[in-house]
Design a protein around this ligand. Structure first.
Ligand code: G6P
Length: 611
């Protein structure tokens, strides 16, 4: 969580920084701040709330004198200390020599703080981060880099930091341990940030820092050392994200734009990866020969949130198609319950951001226990992607809305391709492989058909937008889809929504049903439909309104229920994809009707880099 940006170069630094943190706002948005090095002193402006508030405040204070070249900025997701101006970053030392923005958690901050207070340092905030500039000041003897390195050696916990120094104008120091840092390399300018979203407008050339790296950044060069002050070398990479993808492009919200992008994002996930002639998938990033594929006897999927729901669908694919025992683990639980992992176990992390702390920790744990590790990620060069030796990028492009949509459908498409590849190495005939590979090719079209029904879905959403509670039920491949539908609704509309297995409803939640509690039942015409219809009857008998997803042409569903979200006919394998898109739209229009801040729901952050 938290977005950080630093800039040194010839541009109007204020604009670069403010645009940068606006792009990183999905990482946190409870307060924001900026520190500009101006005429040999720091000018610090902070505000509570979203970046827009800071932009206004900076505007009122003037954009700074010409010649400002260096600055740092931060958008916060509070961990230690409430979202107040005092707690907003950047933080400075008592002599105002160093300004620091920090993403992460300093675990030993209270010991360090007490020690520094005894030495006369004055603290102004309740944050853990404030110890960093004070420590740097404590070690400073005219060598900026050495002071930062010595300060970092004292710190336990995680950090991505950018430091600016009054005595070293034009220079920034960035460092990472557990929280991402990427440096955009321009022509006589450098922009350093938590991720490339803040960088793409200026340059496509980037350097990703590794854990333990400390970078000395000048407008025309970057020098990287390790935490022991020994030079290390890191290569540059080129990013291929189109700048248009990080703008709204005429849509009212990023979430709606990203829902609409799904036919294209899935096409990108699938492109060049299906070998129809041989009925298999080509996933070169997995880097596995047939004998490696056959050797896998168990798969453990570790993920959080929406990615966890994609993983649940993946389990069904791997077991049913490839016959491989698969478990899906909430990533935080996996790490702490001392899991049993063997050398033929494939531990598969699924993460849009590639930065989720629990997922990263789970994969490290699996690696330590001898498992082979792989990842399905969206963000190229992210920590999880780099931690795993094998993987598949979903190529969904930047996902900016906090509520994940297009990443989910692309993750599911990639999981299906992985299952196809594993199935072909085992029990699938060529003919079976060809049938499935042709089916995968149809996903974008199926999703487009649902998007084309947006108006109908909007009407239904408006009708039920006043409800206080919702249940979502489903079976088989539509069970994880029900969980995802409920998650989308609660995230963005703040309506209490629970996803349940349709059969499990009877074991408790049915006690909560009454005419004020709508049930969304996923009753597409696939395996399990008849039993779900019985569950719908049980809900109706308790006078709950029932909204269903049903297969186009299944007219009987209209009589049985209050409203129908029509889904094109699919096999059971593909059913969750268009169904979840309908539920994304339902949640979106309900939240819109309720006037919710859809792209930035309260208390949530897109990238959860704390445990
Ligand atoms: C946060 C986001 C969710 C996301 C989850 C996992 O909770 O708000 O949208 O599904 O993290 O994130 P990841 O990047 O690992 O997929």
């Amino acid at each position: 969580m938290c977005g950080i940006v630093g800039y040194t170069g010839n541009r109007q630094v204020t604009e670069v920084l403010l645009q940068g943190i606006r792009r990183l706002e999905y990482r946190g948005y409870d307060s924001a701040g900026i520190a500009l090095l101006e005429d040999g002193n720091f000018r610090v402006i902070k505000s509570v709330g979203k970046v827009a508030g800071l932009v206004e405040k900076v505007g009122q204070n003037g954009h700074g004198s010409p010649g400002i070249k260096t600055g740092i900025a931060h958008t916060r997701w509070a961990t230690h200390g409430a979202p107040t101006e005092a707690n907003a970053h950047p933080h400075l030392d008592s002599q105002n020599n160093f300004a620091v923005v920090h993403n992460g958690i300093i675990e030993n901050y209270s010991v360090l703080r007490d020690r520094l207070i005894k030495k006369g340092h004055k603290f102004l905030s309740e944050t853990d981060s404030e110890v960093i500039p004070h420590l740097i000041q404590e070690f400073y003897q005219n060598d900026f880099a050495s002071a930062v390195i010595q300060a970092l050696q004292q710190i336990e916990g995680t950090y991505g930091i950018v430091v600016s120094s009054k005595n070293h104008p034009g220079q920034l120091i960035a460092a990472r341990k557990g929280s991402p840092i990427v440096i955009g390399v321009g022509e006589n300018e450098m922009i350093v940030a938590s991720d490339i979203m803040a960088i793409v407008s200026y340059t496509a050339k980037v350097i990703y820092l590794n854990d333990g790296d400390v970078a000395l950044i000048n407008p025309n060069n970057v020098e990287i050392r390790n935490i022991h002050n020994v030079p290390v070398s890191r290569g540059t990479s080129t990013i291929d994200w189109d700048i248009r993808l990080v703008e709204k492009g005429g849509f009212e919200h990023f979430m709606l734009k990203e829902i609409h992008e799904q036919p294209e994002s899935i096409t990108n996930a699938v492109r060049g990866r299906l070998d129809h002639a041989n009925g298999t998938a080509i996933l070169s990033g997995l880097n596995m020969q047939p004998q490696d594929l056959v050797a896998i006897d168990r798969i453990i999927i570790a993920a959080c949130g929406t990615s966890l729901h994609a993983g649940m669908i993946g389990k069904y694919y791997f077991e049913e198609l490839a016959g491989i025992l698969t478990e899906v683990e909430q990533a935080a639980e996996f790490r702490y319950r001392n899991p049993i992992v063997g050398v033929n176990t494939l531990a598969l992390a699924i993460s849009q951001s590639g930065e989720t702390a629990d997922t990263l920790a789970a994969i490290k744990e699996a690696k330590m226990k001898g498992a082979q590790v792989a990842a399905i990620c969206n963000v190229v060069g992210s920590t999880i992607a780099r931690e795993t030796e094998r993987g598949v990028y979903i190529h969904a492009g930047p996902e900016i809305s906090v509520a994940s949509t297009k990443a989910f459908t692309s993750q599911v498409a990639v999981l299906l391709m992985m299952a196809l590849k594993l199935a072909r190495s085992r029990r699938f005939t060529q003919q079976e492989g060809i049938i499935l590979s042709n089916e995968i090719e149809m996903i974008p079209e199926l999703i487009q058909k649902v998007i084309d029904r947006s108006k109908e879905i909007e009407k239904i959403a408006k009708k039920w937008s006043g409800a206080k509670d919702f249940f979502f039920i489903g079976r088989g491949y539509l069970y994880p889809a029900a969980l995802e539908g409920a998650l989308k609704l609660k995230e963005i509309s703040y309506i209490h929504a629970e996803g349940y297995h349709a059969a499990e409803l009877k074991h408790g939640p049915i006690a909560l049903l009454d005419p004020s509690v709508p049930v969304v039942a996923l009753a597409n015409d696939v395996l399990g439909k008849d039993k779900t219809i019985s569950n719908i009857q049980e809900c109706k008998a308790r006078k709950s309104p029932v909204i269903v997803t049903a297969t186009e042409g299944d007219e009987g569903m209209k009589q049985l229920t209050d409203d129908v979200l029509w889904i094109p006919r699919t096999s059971k394998y593909l059913a969750p994809l268009p169904t979840v898109v309908a539920l994304q739209l339902l949640a979106y229009y309900i939240a819109k009707e309720r006037g919710c801040p859809i792209d930035h729901p309260r208390n949530l952050a897109k990238s959860v880099t704390v445990e």
